[in-house]
Design a protein around this ligand. Structure first.
Ligand code: UTP
Length: 451
């Protein structure tokens, strides 16, 4: 894109102020600005402006009901595991990781996946994810292609982390990196914000940017070519996640589900997790994720017949998608969520100002917004302690300290099951490629000769 083309496009969209400082920029800055402008699609600008006009339109969730959530045991569990193992052996399962977030609460500079979490080795989060995939690949004798979504800000460092660690043992041909999109920030009246005289303020388009990115990058086409049917989705900050867990995959397949969600009981009535609810829309059952901010106090505290919370199960963002469903959804627009933030801007004199109060909007898409479009959805309960302990904050709840403690408690339990007792003050770490679950650990014969 050259200057004339950029000017024409911006004028058409009422955004010509983006070139206001053009003459003050050096050649390099001018080239960088043109590169940024080239990536901005006019239809996306109009979409953001439309979202601004509509405002934070909170849908009514008062008529929502708790969905039916399965707890698998005995025969049902065995059937699900068998069905999942069949899919895995047939090579029909992929792993999909969203790792494009900024990790601002943790305050870590690099990609969150590079954050050291191994209690003994200090291995990064990516290590635990990749080694689990490797373990399942070995167990089932078929590859599980690993699709990793990054952002423009962390893509290079993410790829470098995998390269420097020999892909943690995975076959590099089975690892596919792709980058999510960026949206420009806007003022209340829909004007693009410059955070430098020669730079548009851009922010990642949220984990829902996944769909467009999967399509744009060719990842969806790659999945199709490989014969993938079920796509296991997870977040980078939870090293306890049971990636491509056969019971979950099998449950999804047996239900002919387009979108399956693992859910866990809330730790307290006000826990900040999304809550899938069932609605009846035009006589048809439909599910939608209701955010914790949308729930009333009554909904949070309501008790069911069994005395437990009625809206008991929240979503920690562990999903299985039907690949064809993702394909269908990737061509449809997704709703935009607005976040009013303090965004640095350039004033009339060309000086950068750091505002003390929020002054502009960031736009994000959320992956769970495709839930209402699923023709079939299913919900499976799991034990939070076993599979969910995210690293969100630097300290306190959901921090590296709580996560490391939960990882070790899980391993300690596996070891106890094979008769090995480890003192509570001794650190433990198990390479997932050595044992991905208690069954694997028992098979290693580790207990032989143990005191
Ligand atoms: P979070 O909502 O926890 O956001 O992301 P975050 O950016 O990691 O952390 P904070 O809020 O800045 O502290 C949940 C998951 O979604 C991914 C993250 O990488 C994480 O796996 N994500 C989030 C993306 O891939 N892209 C985004 O734009 C946002």
């Amino acid at each position: 894109m050259n200057y004339a083309e950029a000017e024409k496009m911006l004028k058409k969209c009422g955004q010509e102020h983006v070139l206001a400082y053009w003459k003050k920029l050096n050649k390099k800055e001018q080239a960088a600005l043109l590169e940024q402008i080239a990536k901005i699609e006019p239809k996306n600008l109009a979409y953001c402006q439309q979202a601004l006009k509509a405002g934070a339109d909170v849908p009514d969730s008062s008529k929502g009901k708790a969905p039916k959530v399965a707890v698998l045991k005995g025969k049902k569990l065995a059937e699900a595991v068998a069905a999942g193992e069949k899919e895995l052996k047939a090579g029909k399962v992929a792993a999909l990781l969203v790792a494009g977030g900024q990790g601002s609460r943790l305050g870590y500079e690099g990609p969150k996946g590079c954050y050291s979490i191994g209690p003994i080795t200090g291995a990064p989060l990516f290590y635990f994810h990749a080694r689990k995939i490797l373990a399942r690949t070995i167990r089932y004798g078929a590859s599980i292609p690993f699709y990793v979504m990054t952002s423009e800000a962390n893509n290079e460092a993410t790829v470098k982390c995998f390269e420097e660690n020999d892909y943690f043992g995975l076959n590099p041909d089975d690892v596919f990196f792709f980058t999510q999109g960026m949206w420009p920030g806007m003022t209340k009246d829909g004007k693009i914000i410059l955070d430098q005289p020669g730079r548009v303020f851009m922010s990642p388009d949220g984990h829902g940017g996944l769909l467009a990115a999967l399509k744009r990058s060719g990842a969806l086409a790659d999945m199709k070519k490989r014969g993938i049917k079920s796509v296991f989705f997870f977040q980078v900050d939870n090293p306890l996640v049971e990636i491509a867990d056969p019971a979950f995959i099998g449950y999804h397949v047996l239900n002919k589900s387009e979108y399956s969600l693992k859910l866990c009981a809330k730790r307290d009535p006000y826990e900040k997790v999304g809550m899938p609810m069932e609605f009846t829309v035009k006589g048809r059952k439909q599910y939608r994720m209701v955010e914790y901010t949308e729930m009333t106090k009554e909904q949070c505290e309501r008790k069911g017949k069994d005395g437990n919370l009625y809206f008991l199960y929240g979503s920690p963002a562990i999903h299985v998608f039907d690949r064809a469903f993702l394909d269908r959804e990737a061509s449809r627009p997704m709703p935009l969520h607005l976040a009013f933030k303090k965004i640095p801007y350039v004033d009339e004199k060309g000086k950068v100002v750091k505002p003390a109060e929020p002054n502009g909007y960031k736009f994000e898409k959320f992956i769970f917004d495709i839930l209402p479009n699923a023709k079939t959805a299913s919900f499976l309960a799991f034990d939070q302690k076993e599979e969910f302990s995210p690293v969100k904050n630097a300290e306190g709840n959901d921090s590296p300290a709580t996560c490391k403690a939960d990882m070790q408690a899980k391993w300690r339990k596996w070891l106890a099951a094979v008769g090995v007792t480890v003192a509570s003050d001794l650190p433990i770490e198990i390479d997932p490629a050595y044992a991905v679950d208690a069954i694997d650990l028992a098979a290693t014969g580790i207990a032989l000769g143990a005191e």
